[in-house]
Design a protein around this ligand. Structure first.
Ligand code: UD1
Length: 354
């Protein structure tokens, strides 16, 4: 059997890897490497547990540090593992530092690279994720794009070979996890929440969390909403809020980061999602929840053109005005495939590698 090494490290990658890993099982020997980028129980182990994933074969334990040091250390350790595993293909997801480290490892070793979630662009190079995406795409052998826009973005950069539009593996994951979440998650009861009577917020992008004015402005916006706001706080965001002693109004509940099942339940039942996360923007769309995006641009432009996502940036007045006046369009066209993206990826890899 041929060997595929999958590299994961951050929360959204665990979610995306779950369906792909299930689909790989009968065709490949999959070796999973966790870089350790996310390491808190709620940011990592909880995801493996709730999604019934086996433990990674290797955990490199590289979390924290500057972006350069983090990426560099991952590259050093990944190269060591590759020289013993000798994979036929390396598989990376999304746009994190773990993605870039995996891509560079493959390029240096001359191992074919598959990139899941290829072709996404914000056209904002100040975002570390944008740089990670562009570089990864340019050294990939197979580029698995979730949308037609992503395919077009690659074409503009001269990349056409190995490009496949297969839909979004996040949709596969959502379909799989939603029933389990509805059955198992107790979060609504635990927090005394009723459908439509609260908003859900998340913030973790460096451009928001590492700028004091932006972060305070977002907190002011959330604090001004005429609803309870549930805000599971990413560790980097919590650090900033505490360090800067930012004011948080009492309608905003800052809680620990949540696992994938509780988050789906909160997403499905909220009156509005306010977020800077790419994953939450499309999960909101797929679940029919309106989304106010706390950024000036998005990679998931289809959700905006379909009328379900509104780009608000961080201005408190603009966010509140959107919350109070904006209603999404009724229709939600199928933008992200048919929930079988993982199978399609594996079919393509089988036909080209085996
Ligand atoms: C990373 C990705 C981002 C992705 C996000 C998903 C990069 C450049 N960014 O951002 O694209 O959307 O993951 O959540 O790769 N920390 C903890 N505990 C943890 C994880 C992180 O305390 O379990 C701390 C780190 O020590 C660090 C900060 O949070 O100080 C940021 O973590 P890092 O992994 O560098 O980036 P994220 O903000 O999570």
């Amino acid at each position: 059997m041929k060997t595929i090494v999958s590299i994961v490290g951050a929360r959204p990658q665990f979610i995306k890897a779950a369906p792909v890993s299930r689909a790989l099982t009968s065709h490949f020997n999959e070796v999973m490497i966790h870089t350790g980028q996310h390491y808190d129980y709620e940011m990592s182990d909880l995801f493996f547990k709730e999604m019934d994933m086996r433990q990674p074969d290797f955990n490199l334990g590289i979390g924290g540090g500057t972006h350069g040091a983090q990426t560099g250390m991952m590259l050093i350790e990944l190269e060591k593992v590759m020289s013993s595993v000798k994979p036929d293909c390396i598989l990376v997801y999304g746009d994190t530092n773990s993605t870039l480290a995996g891509a560079l490892t493959a390029a240096k070793a001359g191992t074919p690279l598959a990139h899941v979630e290829a072709g996404l662009r914000s056209y904002n190079r100040a975002m570390p994720e944008e740089v990670n995406r562009v570089l990864t795409d340019h050294v990939s052998t197979w580029l698995f794009c979730p949308t037609d826009v992503a395919v077009q973005n690659l074409k503009k950069e001269g990349i056409v070979k190995g490009v496949h539009q297969i839909g979004d593996v996040m949709y596969d994951a959502l379909l799989h996890n939603l029933e389990i979440a509805r059955e198992k998650s107790q979060i609504l009861a635990r927090m005394s929440l009723k459908k439509g009577e609260y908003a859900l917020a998340t913030v973790h992008r460096a451009g928001n969390t590492d700028n004091r004015n932006n972060m305070q402005s977002i907190l002011d916006a959330l604090g001004s909403l005429p609803t309870r706001v549930i805000f599971p706080v990413h560790p980097r965001t919590r650090k900033r809020i505490e360090e800067w002693e930012l004011a948080v109004n009492s309608n905003v509940s800052l809680i620990e980061p949540l696992g994938p099942l509780d988050i789906l339940q909160l997403l499905e039942n909220a009156n509005c999602i306010l977020t800077d996360s790419g994953g939450m923007q499309r999960e909101a769309y797929l679940l029919g929840a309106r989304c106010i995006t706390l950024r000036e641009e998005t990679e998931w432009v289809e959700t905006v053109s379909a009328g379900w996502n509104s780009l608000a940036g961080v201005d408190a007045k603009r966010i509140r005005a959107l919350y109070e006046t904006w209603k999404p369009a009724g229709e939600r066209p199928l933008l992200y495939g048919d929930g079988r993206a993982a199978e399609k990826i594996v079919q393509i890899l089988v036909s080209e590698i085996i």
